[in-house]
Design a protein around this ligand. Structure first.
Ligand SMILES: NC(=O)c1ccc[n+]([C@@H]2O[C@H](COP(=O)([O-])OP(=O)(O)OC[C@H]3O[C@@H](n4cnc5c(N)ncnc54)[C@H](OP(=O)(O)O)[C@@H]3O)[C@@H](O)[C@H]2O)c1
Length: 183
């Protein structure tokens, strides 16, 4: 099993713009073709509270009269120091602090499948800091944002990431896969 940070970024390295908006990404429609085979191999999910609250506002409760279900069947861990609104019938564990004990819980729950760090970049960085991040799967989009939520606010330079695959999807997306070197 691997711990994977799978996300989409602007060309200048932001996963949300300065207003926490993903409109720049949504203009391209559905997620890339690599998503269905990727999510099929995921057994547990982690995200920070900004990402969770974005999902609540823009997906689940976009139409308040007709809320949508939680989009993931995998158990999910949401990191926050606050008490967040819950989603009915969703397998969500709210957690905080050191990622190591949470990672251990996630590994058990994932039953041999991969762990997906949805974002943001700082949370992916916390897994990286503890030597727990194995792979980056990054869709580069043809936009620049000039600021916003950073893709991965860490210095990873020596050893560098190992490029393992590059794939173009349609007219807009380039997906790059990197392995994180273990030191
Ligand atoms: N482009 C894409 O495909 C993509 C993918 C994912 C997300 N996004 C977007 O990118 C943005 C990411 O936002 P973000 O950079 O703020 O990151 P985030 O990880 O979603 O949220 C950060 C917050 O999570 C909480 N947190 C993180 N680590 C914690 C820990 N160890 N213990 C307790 N709480 C912890 C803290 O908030 P509190 O303690 O105050 O709750 C922190 O401020 C969002 O707008 C999201 O929608 C884009």
């Amino acid at each position: 099993m691997k711990t994977q940070y799978y996300t989409a970024t602007s060309l200048d390295g932001y996963i949300a713009d300065a207003d926490n908006s993903l409109d720049w990404l949504m203009q391209f429609g559905e997620p890339g073709e690599s998503y269905p085979p990727f999510i099929a191999e995921v057994g547990a999910i982690a995200m920070g509270s900004t990402t969770y609250e974005w999902l609540l506002e823009h997906e689940i409760y976009k139409d308040k009269e007709n809320p949508k279900p939680w989009p993931y069947r995998q158990p999910s861990w949401v990191f926050s120091s606050r008490t967040l609104k819950k989603v009915p019938n969703a397998d969500i564990h709210f957690c905080k602090g050191d990622v190591v004990p949470i990672y251990n819980e996630m590994v058990k729950a994932a039953e041999g499948k991969n762990i997906w760090i949805v974002g943001g970049g700082e949370l992916a960085g916390q897994f990286y800091d503890k030597g727990l991040l194995d792979e980056l799967i990054i869709t580069i989009t043809p936009v620049t944002l000039g600021g916003g939520a950073p893709l991965l606010p860490r210095k990873i330079a020596a050893p560098p990431l190992k490029l393992v695959a590059v794939q173009q999807y349609g007219k807009h997306y380039v997906e790059v896969r990197y392995e994180v070197a273990k030191v």
